[in-house]
Design a protein around this ligand. Structure first.
Ligand SMILES: Cc1ncc(COP(=O)(O)O)c(C=O)c1O
Length: 417
């Protein structure tokens, strides 16, 4: 039986001689720390300069993880105790964790069939404490940034972009991550480009950027990358979120390959979607100006039972198809119980939000199935996948599931290039 690759460890698959050479070069330099060493190669600095020119921006900082980068967004924007940040309920826990770790409270938002935040429902969740909206571009598909930026402007809120899963995706003519006030990318092993663990923080405000940069370096201030000073009015406490030169060396090579990686994902997505009967399955909606880097195909079913039958039928044919995550954040015990590392319950003590308050997202997450698009897929695999989808469709029709209407979202998928 043909084993069909069913992972989306995308950047990891592109690791080759270039990354190997770059790591060895750093090891030979015996300078693994980004700010000092006998023959410092400045890989981290070059990576930041390369990211600035890639995105057409001025301020980027590479750091230890996407979660750290998200925390730096909050630090840069001065988000802290008493503040609330609006976050989609359907995201990875780190989106909420970053907010909580600053002492602020995440307030959860519903998603719609784009599987990103439902922009029509943002305003009803804004309170006097709301300071920012976090736009999470799930699985490479940009949120409707026009709507989010309009709402933020109207209510005087910041926009943080969580771009952990969407490196290189565009909205209109812009890379996602460059549209809001601050953004965080992940370079973890399962991401579009990777160095195992790592993150990228970007921020429009120079002051906010400098504050977060100091925070990532134990709060210290470095002049010309020299030894930091802490006893300075500009300094605060901080944490150590620094990246190593080895991670930066790998990420730099991955960045050079990113156009190839992105094009391949788009090409595979188009090939896969061409053979999917969109009159039977609904696909996740893409917002009008979104130009995603698809890392998966998301099928949206009419019912939970139809979704589960589809997953089972695919599994019987050795095609790994799954739920993206079984639960949404509002249903996690962690949030339901307001669990904290500290017995005082900080930072939840003064939380005013209702838990379990995103029923639409909860139901939607249960009737969506995700197929990860591995860069290892061959045209033979794609042919087999189409055959399996066709057989599965026939089986589902055979047991009485109806055909769906051809939705506008499906038409958009046919146009996607
Ligand atoms: C949406 C989202 N945000 C944040 C993160 C955190 O990134 P990292 O694992 O690099 O800390 C992830 C990681 O998977 C993620 O998927």
């Amino acid at each position: 039986m043909n084993i069909i690759p069913s992972d989306n460890f995308i950047g990891t698959h592109y690791i080759g001689q270039e990354e190997e050479n770059a790591v060895i070069e750093v090891l030979k330099s015996k300078s693994l720390f980004r700010y000092d060493g006998p023959r410092l190669l400045n890989k981290s600095l070059f990576l930041e300069e390369s990211l600035n020119s890639f995105f057409g921006i001025e301020n980027s900082l590479v750091c230890s993880s996407g979660a750290a980068a998200l925390k730096l967004c909050c630090v840069a924007l001065g988000i802290g105790p008493g503040d609330e940040v609006l976050i989609p309920a359907f995201t990875f826990i780190a989106s909420a964790g970053a907010v909580l770790s600053c002492g602020a409270i995440p307030n959860f938002l519903e998603i719609d069939e784009s599987m990103n935040v439902d922009c029509k429902k943002i305003e009803e969740r804004i309170t006097p404490q709301t300071k920012a909206i976090m736009a999470v571009h799930i699985q490479g598909v940009p949120c409707n940034m026009d709507l989010i930026l309009d709402i933020a402007k109207k209510h005087g809120l910041y926009v943080i972009e969580d771009v952990a899963q969407a490196f290189g995706a565009r909205y209109d003519d812009y890379y996602v991550g460059t549209l809001g006030d601050a953004a965080a990318f992940s370079l973890q092993a399962g991401k579009i480009i990777t160095c195992g663990e790592g993150g990228i923080f970007i921020c429009k405000s120079k002051d906010g950027f400098e504050r977060a940069k100091r925070y990532h370096d134990n709060g210290g201030k470095r002049i010309d990358n020299g030894y930091p000073i802490w006893d300075d009015p500009e300094c605060s406490f901080g944490e150590n979120f620094k990246i190593t030169e080895i991670q930066s060396a790998i990420a730099l090579e991955q960045l050079k390959k990113s156009h190839i990686i992105i094009e391949k994902q788009r090409e595979l997505y188009c090939e896969l979607v061409k053979g999917i009967d969109v009159t039977f399955y609904n696909l996740r909606n893409f917002p009008p100006k979104a130009n995603p880097v698809p890392v998966s195909i998301c099928f949206v079913f009419h019912s939970i039972s139809m979704c589960e039958s589809f997953i089972q039928e695919c599994k019987k044919r050795n095609l790994e198809m799954d739920k993206y995550c079984d639960k949404i954040l509002t249903t996690y015990t962690t949030f339901r119980m307001k669990s904290s590392w500290h017995s005082s319950g900080i930072p939840y003590t003064n939380a005013t939000y209702q838990l379990n308050d995103c029923p639409i997202s909860e139901e939607l997450s249960k009737r969506t199935a995700w197929f990860p698009i591995s860069p290892l897929l061959t045209s033979g695999n794609i042919y087999t996948i189409h055959t399996i989808f066709d057989e599965t469709k026939d089986t589902l029709i055979g047991i009485g599931y109806p055909k769906s209407e051809l939705s506008s979202s499906n038409l958009r998928h046919r146009e996607f290039k």
